[in-house]
Design a protein around this ligand. Structure first.
Ligand code: 0X9
Ligand code: ZN
Length: 304
């Protein structure tokens, strides 16, 4: 089992995931959906719905697309743990939801942030001999790619990559979701920090036509978080609340895969520790992530 008292390296996370799939083969399934630039397998953990569930709907969850945001990884691991071990106490309507979860979408960057540079953000792609390393995986998605808030310079922290979907990590997710886009009703990507629940669009200060419902569900997630830990999360349109940034995964999920409820959740904190959130915050932040996920699952399962 995994402790939530410290941040873990990829090797230990993989052992934990292997253990889960061996111990709970009826509930947990693992699929390798591709490889990172440095050939690390990208593994999706599927948590299956109740055996006799009808009208099954899927939710996508990822963490660790940005290397230094360790709390996103630990929170996704925490919620996997909850979904498996507290299965019996989950609200009944959650039982027709199938979760597709990837705790570390950017394993190369994650490793680098552990071993070399704590505040590394991008992946580790060596674009070419005379360029800087790494593309920002959250500027690489094929929806309004390369517009505002993304850079064409390889040395920039928000480098968009050579073209839309140029990175293997992006490609793996795109391929996986696009095999069956209609079954996904929710998309949650965990980041840090700021305590925000953000929804599209992020490429411009513009909202989709269904933004009222999307906002309401976002607000319900924030209310559940508040109930769980008394922390405040602010809900709103990404470009307006934060800044315009094109090519992020949430915009792709909504714009291309047509997943109605797509959110970026910026976890703790609001700036005191920022990316270097102390391990003592892992458990409570995990609870916040789980509160958000169960609220979204409930909303989605009761929607026609
Ligand atoms: O800039 C980002 O990629 C995200 N913030 S972070 O500090 N974790 O890097 C926010 C992305 C919000 N979504 C869109 N702009 N579409
Ligand atoms: Zn981020």
């Amino acid at each position: 089992n995994l402790t939530f008292e410290r941040y873990h390296k990829i090797h230990d996370i993989n052992k934990y995931i292997d253990y889960l799939s061996q111990e709970y083969p009826d509930i947990v399934e693992i699929e390798t959906i591709g490889k990172s630039y440095e050939n690390v397998p990208l593994r999706v953990i599927r948590i299956k719905p109740d055996q006799n569930a009808t009208d099954v709907k899927a939710i996508w969850i990822d963490g660790g697309i940005h290397a230094r945001e360790w709390i996103a990884v630990s929170s996704v691991l925490y919620l996997i743990n909850e979904l498996i071990y507290n299965r019996d106490s989950l609200e009944s309507h959650m039982k027709n939801i199938e979760f597709h979860i990837i705790p570390i979408l950017n394993p190369d960057g994650y490793k680098y942030s552990h071993e070399k540079e704590r505040l590394w953000r991008k992946n580790r792609n060596k674009q070419s001999a005379n360029s800087c390393i790494g593309a920002d995986l959250n500027r690489n998605w094929d929806y309004h790619w390369g517009e505002t808030g993304a850079s064409k310079y390889s040395c920039a922290e928000i480098y968009r990559g050579v073209k839309a979907s140029s990175e293997r990590e992006t490609q793996a997710v795109v391929q996986y979701i696009m095999k069956n886009p209609n079954k996904f009703k929710g998309f949650l990507t965990f980041h840090s920090y700021g305590q925000y629940i953000l929804y599209p669009w992020g490429y411009a200060k513009r909202v989709p036509s269904d933004h009222k419902e999307v906002h309401r569900v976002g607000q319900a997630m924030a209310t559940a978080i508040k109930k769980a830990t008394s922390n405040e999360y602010t809900v709103g349109n990404s470009a307006t609340l934060l800044y315009p940034a094109a090519g992020a995964s949430d915009d792709w999920a909504k714009g291309v895969a047509k997943i109605k409820y797509a959110y970026t959740v910026e976890l703790k904190d609001t700036g005191k520790y920022g990316f270097i959130l102390p391990p003592s915050e892992i458990l409570s932040t995990g609870k916040e992530a789980f509160a958000a996920v169960s609220t979204l699952a409930n909303e989605i399962s009761s929607e026609k």
